[in-house]
Design a protein around this ligand. Structure first.
Ligand code: AMP
Length: 282
């Protein structure tokens, strides 16, 4: 596996592959890689000739009070995991390489970011949209893979790629979970053992709401209240939001018809975790 730290070196490698008509699948990450990330790499191998992975903890998507400085970083262990998973290139640029000066350009997908994580983390999706656009322009992949765990992020990216005519296909991979239902996340590393046990409340609350839908409940507000109530029953957990939204437009659903996205953000101790569940065939 090739480890590349500069945009110039990455571009010249990409140009070489374009001449040979070699297809590239791209997986952007912030590192601290786990099986969720590696599932994207695995899927990428089925879709293209080479899988390229970026590891870059993007400062522009963190608010000043958030965990940018403490975010888990272990490039050597990420490199080993990627080597084992068959990735061809690890792109690990420095901050200066990605942002030689502050970006004057803003990409704001207002209508998709007013609710859910967008409401709780102002500016977060502007940071995500900017870095993903830069990375897609740098790598020029045939296909890029994102996880359904970050549903709002995947929706924002699909839309910006469409709006800006970026010639990359976006594929969204299902959330990879531990056996007890907890979604894999780099931030799970922050959890103490009792908090890790409490983190099950997210997938349990989503599961309860799905059961209620299957039993005939259709009111979005009731589903949200049901999830909130389940989270409130866990002493180490503190709800940030519970949402029942249209899976594409992301606006709140008053009455569920067809399909609905159930989504949660919960503080477990001081760690903010998110999870979601798409319920179809309603
Ligand atoms: P991150 O490093 O957290 O920015 O994540 C990089 C990519 O991996 C994003 O597209 C995430 O949605 C995806 N991802 C993170 N956790 C999971 C998971 N448990 N299952 C599937 N994809 C994931």
């Amino acid at each position: 596996m090739l480890v590349v730290t500069t945009i110039a070196a990455l571009r010249s490698r990409r140009e070489e592959l374009l001449r040979r008509d070699t297809r590239v699948a791209f997986v952007p990450t912030m590192g601290a890689l786990h099986e969720g990330h590696l599932a994207l790499v695995h899927r990428g191998r089925a879709l293209a000739d080479e899988v390229w992975v970026s590891v870059f903890v993007n400062p522009t998507q963190f608010a000043p009070h958030e965990d940018f400085t403490t975010y888990p970083r272990d490039l050597e262990s990420d490199r080993e995991a990627l080597e084992r998973s068959g990735a061809a290139v690890l792109f690990a640029p420095s901050m200066r390489e990605m942002y030689p000066r502050p970006s004057a350009t803003t990409i704001d997908l207002a209508e998709l970011t007013v609710g859910m994580c967008g409401a709780q983390r102002p500016g977060h999706f502007r940071g995500v949209a900017l870095v993903v656009t830069k990375l897609l322009n740098i790598v020029q992949p045939d296909v890029a893979l994102f996880g359904a765990k970050d549903w709002q992020q995947a929706t924002v990216i699909r839309r910006l790629v469409e709006d800006l005519n970026i010639p990359t296909r976006i594929e969204v991979h299902p959330t990879v979970r531990e056996d007890d239902g907890v979604a894999l996340s780099s931030r799970n590393a922050y959890l103490s053992p009792p908090e890790r046990a409490a983190a099950r409340v997210l997938s349990q609350a989503l599961g309860n709401a799905e059961e209620a839908i299957r039993a005939g409940e259709r009111r979005g507000s009731v589903l949200e209240a049901l999830m909130a109530e389940r989270v409130a029953g866990e002493p180490l957990a503190h709800l940030q939001y519970a949402a029942a939204v249209d899976p594409d437009a992301l606006h709140p659903v008053r009455i569920v018809t067809g399909r609905v996205l159930l989504a949660l953000a919960v503080f477990v101790g001081s760690t903010r975790l998110i999870d979601n569940l798409l319920v179809e065939g309603v």
